[in-house]
Design a protein around this ligand. Sequence first.
Ligand code: PMP
Length: 293
Amino acid sequence: FDQLDGEIWLNGRFVPWADAKVHVLTHGLHYASSVFEGERAYGGVIFKLTEHTERLVESGRILGFEIPYTVAEIDAACNETLARQGFSDAYIRPVAWRGSEMMGVSAQHNRINLAIAVWDWPSYFDPAEKLKGIRLDMARYRRPDPATAPSKSKAAGLYMICTLCKHEAEAKGYADALMLDWRGRVAEATGANIFFVRDGELHTPVPDAFLDGITRRTVIDLARARGLTVNERVIMPEEMESFEQCFLTGTAAEVTPVSEIGPYRFAVGEIATTMMNDYARAVRPETASIAAE
Ligand code: PMP
């Protein structure tokens, strides 16, 4: 991945893709003092760019650091990087981290670096599998208590357990894994939020220990605009037995139907498909107004 073509925005200037490097004694690498975003551009426009940038800045503040650029400057840098890469549909990855000036748990004065890379990432899950509904494993690890970890930050350190769970799921032939929270409630997948459907209503867990995804909020708005009821509430795993449909939401995953979670089965039904199509319209500048009607 470090040999792609093009340029990466690194601390205010563009560098050739292969030269965008950090030192091995980078604090972010050793102690996970790193936060990031995942954004998508459709038709040359980054969907909800400023919301993503604000979350990035807030993620850094939660880890105790200030990214040395304003939201407007970061927005402009994302747009410029996208334009330079020449894609109209693309994935955008800003990442901020503490540098290599001091080594040790404490690194109060290390420089805060920011990089932005843009690449072509058409589908997070296999497109054929997505249409049939993807299969999820039950994850080994749980989302931590907010008193244990800064769970509202999109912090690299919180993804350690996500990668472990996803790898384990993939090794067993699943596309992803469903993580419970520390209380044993249904939480989210390893990089996406989760929704269920029963009797024409949507049900999704309260995001008190994981990211309240931008896609999640968009889908809630789109569903309510259609007159659908959305229940944000506590969902225990046993209740999955009674749900008819299920889907994941995330910037990379978009809206992805789920057919299976451990012992539970779901249909790729009308509401999951409708939300998938509504979201696909809402993200594209040329069809966004239709989706909002
Ligand atoms: N949860 C996790 C763990 C994620 O990585 C993501 C993707 N950023 C989400 C939820 C969904 O967030 P969003 O819709 O803002 O992309």
